[in-house]
Design a protein around this ligand. Structure first.
Ligand code: F6P
Length: 534
């Protein structure tokens, strides 16, 4: 396959006018919201406040066709080894296909799922109060995010802790909360070689034994595709998965064990069902109404057509506060590449920076820049209509929380509205600003209080945040990342960029013993000497 920028559709895209005005677009098309609202399982998206018109839409569609997005999608779903640099299939979708499907590895997937869910139910029935999950990256972010998101469904009295950092402060903050006899430790590592996870696992085992724990076999489990290494570590309950499950796509596998323990097997199956429903939408909906396809194409337009280098994710739901961190790995580890599948350097930009914070907190931190900064940063607002709290509020509390929820939704909608509409200098001149410095000229003040507007945003609307809709939402993001990666022609499923730092770290560590800085660059040498207190 040729390079994306050598296609006719790419050239056409780059030649399109870039000065789209949201105000004009809404004036020109009274049905713009309907035109740009796409429904998918568990989530509805309003894309109307994005800098897109029919010309952009059609050219992006032509680009998708020229890049063979459908054929690339089908190759993934069928189990072709599309992760070429590692010679692996990419089959996280197979993990959520119902039993009896013709998808690859269906019988093995369901056997592993049954074993994992049976263990989850066993743990829920035992007097386990604390589950400590130790993993990092794809073996941490997914389960940690999902357990928070579904907090209202977590078994009462059960506490889940996620320890990821090699910084001992992470584990040390959790240990005082635990009693060995009521604790289950899960060591989660696809490779079972990851420095951080093994370091935490060793420390946790040392604590367990020192605190009087006797039965390591009953209180430690592992989720890994390296059963031998897990057994060597001394763990007998090992739940396995396969090399065709990428780390950042592994939440659906046994890596989801803490989520299954938290919400139970039936809810975990609903989580898989939500993701599967989104898989079917991705596989079957026409490209024009295919939400992951449309979002992925929009990402390409923003990154390459309009030159936006980041995208902010603003979940207006406290349970989704770790979603931006999860998406950072999903998107930036997948598409943060500068060569294509054939190893050719790419002369165009790929993954944007993905960042964000739960609303409304972000409004009181960085939204100033989103509204008036020099960069245009598309914002993705996630709103959930029906709240579900961990305890059912009653009486006055129920009324007050209902009011808070109205405020939450109004804030999200108002921020998107403000980004789009802005405020002209004339409008600002006509207003009184009680806190403004009366010594300054009204004209200067008005300029400070002008908002350019025309800043794009997307609304992702969920009726409720439950296991099904969360599964669908995450699968939506997975496929969207696939689509932009497919357009760019990159391998979204390897992560060579994380290797160099890991290798250099293991070369630095022995220097604590040798006390030598020989051969190092001056800055790293100075840093080591500082670390040694010299
Ligand atoms: O950061 C690199 C990485 O390999 C991620 O892709 C992965 O999710 C993470 O480390 C953890 O890996 P493992 O599950 O093998 O411990």
């Amino acid at each position: 396959m040729g390079r994306a920028d050598q296609t006719a559709a790419w050239s056409a895209l780059m030649a399109l006018p870039r000065d789209l005005s949201l105000r004009q677009l809404f004036l020109q098309d009274a049905a713009r919201v309907d035109r740009w609202t796409i429904s998918a399982p568990g989530v509805r998206a309003d894309l109307s406040k994005n800098l897109i018109d029919e010309a952009v839409a059609q050219t992006l569609m032509a680009l998708a066709r020229e890049r063979g997005v459908e054929a690339q999608r089908d190759a993934m779903l069928r189990g072709d080894a599309i992760n070429q640099t590692e010679g692996r299939a990419v089959l996280h979708t197979a993990l959520r296909a119902p039993e009896g499907s013709t998808t690859p590895f269906n019988a093995a997937v369901h056997e592993a799922l049954e074993a994992m869910l049976a263990f989850a139910e066993e743990v829920r029935a035992r007097p386990i109060r604390d589950v400590v999950h130790m993993g990092i990256g794809g073996s941490d972010l997914g389960p940690a995010m999902a357990v928070q998101a579904l907090a209202a469904e977590v078994k009462p009295g059960l506490r889940l802790h996620f320890v990821s950092n090699v910084d001992g402060h992470d584990l040390a903050a959790v240990l005082p909360l635990l009693a060995p006899e009521n604790t289950l430790f899960i060591v989660a590592s696809k490779t079972f070689t990851t420095q951080e996870t093994l370091a935490n696992a060793r420390a946790a085992r040392a604590w367990f034994l020192a605190a009087g724990g006797r039965d390591v076999a009953a209180h430690f489990a592992a989720t890994s595709s390296n059963a031998v290494a897990a057994a060597d570590f001394g763990i007998s309950r090992v739940f396995g998965f396969w090399d065709w499950v990428g780390g950042r796509y592994s939440l659906w596998s046994v890596i989801g064990l803490p989520l299954a323990i938290a919400i139970g097997g039936a809810a975990f199956r609903r989580f898989l069902a939500g993701a599967h429903a989104m898989d079917r939408h991705f596989a079957e909906a026409p490209l024009e109404h295919n939400l992951p396809v449309q979002l992925g194409l929009l990402d390409v337009w923003y990154r390459n057509g309009l030159g936006f280098s980041s995208r902010s994710v603003a979940p207006y739901h406290q349970g989704l506060r770790r979603l931006p961190a999860y998406l950072q790995q999903l998107e930036m580890e997948s598409n943060g590449k500068s060569v294509d599948q054939a190893g050719r350097s790419l002369p165009f930009a790929t993954s944007p920076v993905v960042w964000g914070e739960a609303g409304t907190n972000g409004q009181h931190a960085y939204f100033q820049m989103l509204h008036q900064g020099t960069d245009v940063i598309p914002v993705e607002f996630l709103l959930v209509r029906e709240p579900k709290y961990a305890v059912q509020p009653e009486g006055e509390l129920a009324d007050l929380l209902a009011d808070q929820h109205r405020k939450l939704l109004a804030n999200g909608l108002a921020q998107a509205q403000a980004l789009m509409e802005g405020k002209t200098t004339e409008q600002a001149l006509g207003e009184v600003a009680p806190t403004a410095n009366a010594q300054l000229s009204l004209d200067v003040l008005a300029r400070h209080r002008t908002f350019s507007g025309n800043r794009p945003s997307t609304l992702l609307l969920l009726d409720r945040l439950d296991a099904f809709s969360l599964g669908a939402l995450i699968a939506l993001y997975e496929h969207r990342v696939f689509v932009s990666g497919a357009i760019w022609g990159i391998n979204s499923f390897d992560q060579w960029g994380v290797e160099l730092g890991k290798a250099l770290c293991s070369q630095l560590l022995p220097r604590w013993e040798s006390a030598s800085v020989e051969g190092l660059d001056p800055s790293t040498a100075a840093g080591l000497q500082w670390a040694w207190g010299r």
